[in-house]
Design a binder for this molecule. Structure first.
Ligand code: IPD
Ligand code: CA
Ligand code: CA
Length: 268
């Protein structure tokens, strides 16, 4: 089955690249190995590039006709109908500061969506994987999202963009939500957050202004574990705004995150 084959390939590439970056982290020199991208707080290290280069060579060796879109600039058109979305280090700020919450995220997509994905956290050696229609897995354990039906006891993850203007808006959403849930978590990496929803370590996660490579693998892992996913208007999830949660709290979370007169009333 192609989905399983792609999932195993994604896992193997994510492990190699993640372990390379983990070893690299111990020799990281902040004065020569670190630069910035979209804003002064959007960091990139030489290990983001090294991880992406390794993954790209690996894809080219395994499946030379596949397309590639990598966060650090790799692009290649697909001749096979399959393309790879690569975030070589998701959570670069954590990586830089020596915190554990960073991952390599790799997804294989076709015209109907994500076929397979792997999210590998080198610091905890956790490998989350999913294949479309075949569930999501951590090691040999099949994942299932939390059965939570209670908003007041829901633990909700979120993230903030690198743009200060966007953060102001995101802060308003959090302020609205915080009094109504158990608590908020900000892991610092979108792909692990999505995996934590898949494993019931978070009851929900939402974020806006993500990129396709932040979302694809983790979203498949979460939805294959039974989580419900949508954009903030209740339509299909997109990188620009996504809520992933235990199914029974989804509509009530949408009401708090993005109250809108135009949104469908879930009780109708
Ligand atoms: C970022 C992380 C962060 C999220 C940002 C992403 P990067 O990815 O996933 O948690 O809040 O929106 O851009 O830059 O570390 O790959
Ligand atoms: Ca990312
Ligand atoms: Ca990244």
């Amino acid at each position: 089955m192609i989905e399983i084959e792609l999932m195993n390939a994604a896992a193997s590439m994510a492990r190699r690249a993640g372990d390379l970056a983990l070893v690299g982290r111990s020799t990281l020199d902040r004065s020569t190995d670190v630069g910035t991208k979209s804003t002064a707080t959007d960091m990139v290290t030489r290990w983001d590039s090294a991880s992406e280069n390794l993954i790209v060579s690996d894809i080219e060796a395994r499946r030379p006709d596949d397309g590639i879109i990598g966060e650090e600039g790799s692009t290649k058109e697909s001749r096979s109908g399959v393309s790879w979305l690569v975030d070589p280090i998701d959570g670069t700020t954590n990586f830089l500061y020596g915190l554990a919450g960073w991952a390599v995220s790799i997804a294989a997509v076709d015209l109907s969506g994500t076929l397979a994905g792997a999210v590998y956290l080198p610091a905890t050696r956790e490998m989350f994987v999913a294949a479309r229609g075949h569930g999501s897995w951590l090691g040999g354990r099949r994942l299932a999202c939390s059965p939570s039906g209670e908003l007041a006891t829901a633990l909700v993850g979120t993230g903030f963009s690198y743009s200060s203007e966007r953060r102001a808006k995101q802060g308003e959403r959090v302020a609205n939500l915080l009094p109504n849930v158990r608590d908020i978590r900000r892991t610092g990496a979108a792909a692990p957050d999505l995996c934590y929803v898949a494993d019931g370590r978070l009851d929900a996660y939402f974020e806006e202004n993500l990129q396709p490579w932040d979302l694809a693998a983790g979203l498949l892992i979460a939805t294959e574990a039974g989580a419900r996913a949508s954009d903030f208007a209740g339509g299909p999830p997109v990188p620009s705004n996504v809520l992933v949660s235990a199914p029974d709290i989804h509509d009530r979370l949408l009401d708090l995150i993005a109250p809108s007169p135009n949104r469908r009333d879930p009780t109708l």
